[in-house]
Write a protein that binds this ligand. Structure first.
Ligand SMILES: Nc1ncnc2c1ncn2[C@@H]1O[C@H](COP(=O)(O)OP(=O)(O)OP(=O)(O)O)[C@@H](O)[C@H]1O
Ligand SMILES: [Mg+2]
Length: 248
């Protein structure tokens, strides 16, 4: 299954990142290149310490590589995100990127609905009524109808994780970076999340990259990558997908 090149929206090219451990410097990301496609969910797997979170941070403009480039396509133009000024990069992230971190990073004082609403109101200037409608729709999709008024302390770990996922997807980001988004969830809630990421990638044409240890996710994504000791093990493996795409 070869995907036409014009569907590539995010490219990592010959990326290197070293960390110093005592006196020694070690390449935690060691000459990694990766192409990500619009409308696809890519799974990044690998043992603990293999560099998955580091690669995600580099690709999303949060951690500068020592060498190599990250190119992102925005409105048909290729931008080198590590050549932008910090301010430009932050603006780029605000316009285009959604993040799901392992810790949920929810605001303690806000209700589930407000966590999503503020992203639309502050970020995109969406009027209050519409922001509320879209927040409630997203919470419904995530199986959180009825929990709109709950604050993080009143939600379970899995529910908080789903609010965090809703917050990342609500603005229909062009790129979405998810680090272990299903780790706090049981298998069936995890499947709901992956299915939602799939749906988001197809409906919003988003490029989604998910880091996970869970091999069961393989059949729910479009393509997978394996990192070991900072190196990409083999070429991208298209996954046997039973999702939307397959049934269309
Ligand atoms: N800021 C840092 N300073 C020094 N070493 C670091 C730093 N961040 C990460 N490392 C090292 O880089 C390696 C890769 O870390 P990374 O967090 O990317 O791994 P990972 O694949 O995400 O692991 P896990 O599955 O446990 O989350 C590890 O050996 C880690 O100790
Ligand atoms: Mg990690």
């Amino acid at each position: 299954m070869s995907v036409p090149d014009e569907d590539v929206t995010l490219r990592g090219i010959s990326l290197i990142r070293a960390f110093t451990d005592g006196a020694k410097s070690r390449n935690v990301i060691d000459d990694v290149s990766i192409d990500l496609h619009r409308g696809q969910v890519a799974l990044l797997m690998g043992p603990s310490g293999s560099g998955k979170s580091t690669l995600l941070a580099i690709m999303s403009g949060l951690l500068k590589p020592d060498a190599g480039q990250v190119m992102a396509r925005e409105n048909g133009r290729w931008l080198d995100i590590w050549k932008m000024s910090p301010r430009e990069r932050e603006q780029f992230r605000l316009r285009n990127c959604g993040f799901i971190f392992q810790g949920y990073n929810l605001f303690p004082a806000l209700t589930a609905r407000q966590q999503l609403e503020i992203i639309l109101r502050w970020g995109d200037g969406v009027p209050g009524k519409e922001a509320r409608k879209r927040a409630d729709e997203m919470l419904g999709l995530l199986g959180l109808a009825g929990k709109e008024h709950k604050k993080p302390a009143q939600l379970s770990g899995g529910e908080k994780q789903r609010v965090a996922i809703g917050r990342a997807l609500i603005k229909r980001p062009r790129f979405c970076f998810a680090d272990e988004p299903t780790s706090a969830l049981d298998w069936s809630s995890g499947q709901v999340v992956i299915d939602l990421l799939q749906k988001a990638s197809h409906e919003y044409d988003s490029t989604i990259i998910v880091v996970s240890h869970d091999h069961r996710l393989l059949e729910h994504v479009d393509v997978s990558y394996q990192l070991e000791d900072g190196r990409m093990m083999e070429n991208a493996i298209p996954c046997p997908t039973d999702t939307w795409r397959g049934h269309q």
